[in-house]
Design a protein around this ligand. Structure first.
Ligand SMILES: O=C(O)CCC(=O)C(=O)O
Length: 293
């Protein structure tokens, strides 16, 4: 009867059914405000004072680059936070990982972590399916988690989703039509026109199936819109699909980006290895595959 979730004690049957039907689930006030405050301060430290670590990748809002802005006004994402002890308090936060367990099971690896900042004037994040970015599967063994750090509404570019779209296959994506940001792929010619906007308060957390079609609008306000996010996979996920055509481009971009900071990287999958961390349970095929590199 359930296809997209796992037997577990952390979701009610209604919550589980909601995720099954819609491909997403919001848990209000899931993440503690002190934890989010610490992550906010750490974000500001990283992007405003030019603090650079080997791991953290800092990305800038392309549409604002010509405006001579700095720090928080220009940085739209910091990524690869798993080796940072402040950000890791989010990734391993028990109430959050408990829900992940109820979706993908008790063997859990985090493969990406990021803070997403929408400065005033930032452009949209076009509609996409997260699975497009992943060279591993199966798809139901992956879940995205996104926590609002600020009030998120239509004006400041909240997330929107197309409920139930996770029941479709992966749709064709293209690069760079509606966004200037590097590495963003988007679905073009999508038939559905009525997205559901996720209006969220700080601490509210949405769990997203990797095939659910979603995006976020531009920030039309004078305030920031921040969120913290991690992706989790079941430890037995494998690189089943990694030579899909579009992955070759991503492979090149990602490998180049990481090679500059990690000279020991030999190939693209190495980049996944350095970004991943076992969170719960026993190592599986994912760990074994990466350890053979
Ligand atoms: O935070 C946002 O604006 C969009 C995030 C998103 O869609 C993603 O990371 O897949």
């Amino acid at each position: 009867m359930f296809q997209y979730t796992n037997n577990g004690k952390f979701l009610t049957t209604e919550q589980r059914q909601f995720y099954e039907d819609n491909g997403y689930l919001i848990i209000p006030k899931l993440v503690d405000s002190d934890l989010l405050d610490n992550c906010r301060s750490r974000f500001l430290e990283v992007c405003n004072s030019g603090l650079s670590t080997v791991d953290i990748m800092v990305m800038k809002e392309q549409s604002l680059k010509h405006k001579n802005l700095k720090g928080e006004y220009l940085v739209n994402k910091i990524q690869n936070l798993l080796n940072d002890k402040v950000f890791f308090t989010y990734t391993c936060y028990n109430p959050l990982v408990d829900v992940v367990e109820s979706i993908i099971g008790s063997n859990i690896t985090c493969c990406i972590s990021m803070v997403i900042n929408k400065p005033p004037g930032a452009e949209q994040h076009s509609m996409h399916q997260d699975y497009y970015y992943f060279p591993f599967g199966p798809v139901n063994s992956i879940v995205g988690v996104w926590t609002a750090m600020d009030v998120c509404n239509v004006e400041n570019g909240c997330l929107y989703v197309f409920p139930g779209s996770h029941k479709n296959n992966l749709l064709p994506h293209e690069n760079g039509k509606n966004t200037t940001n590097v590495g963003y792929y988007e679905i073009v010619n999508y038939n559905e026109v009525h997205p559901h906007h996720l209006l969220m308060e700080p601490g509210d957390t949405v769990f997203l199936h990797p095939l659910v079609v979603h995006g976020s609008g531009p920030n039309l306000t004078t305030n920031f819109r921040k969120a913290i996010s991690s992706f989790y996979l079941e430890n037995n996920c494998d690189f089943i699909d990694y030579k899909r055509k579009h992955q070759e481009e991503m492979e090149k971009v990602m490998f180049e980006a990481y090679k500059t900071k990690h000279s020991q990287l030999k190939n693209y999958l190495d980049a996944w290895r350095i970004r991943s961390k076992l969170i719960r349970g026993f190592p599986g095929a994912y760990q074994r595959y990466l350890s053979q590199l």
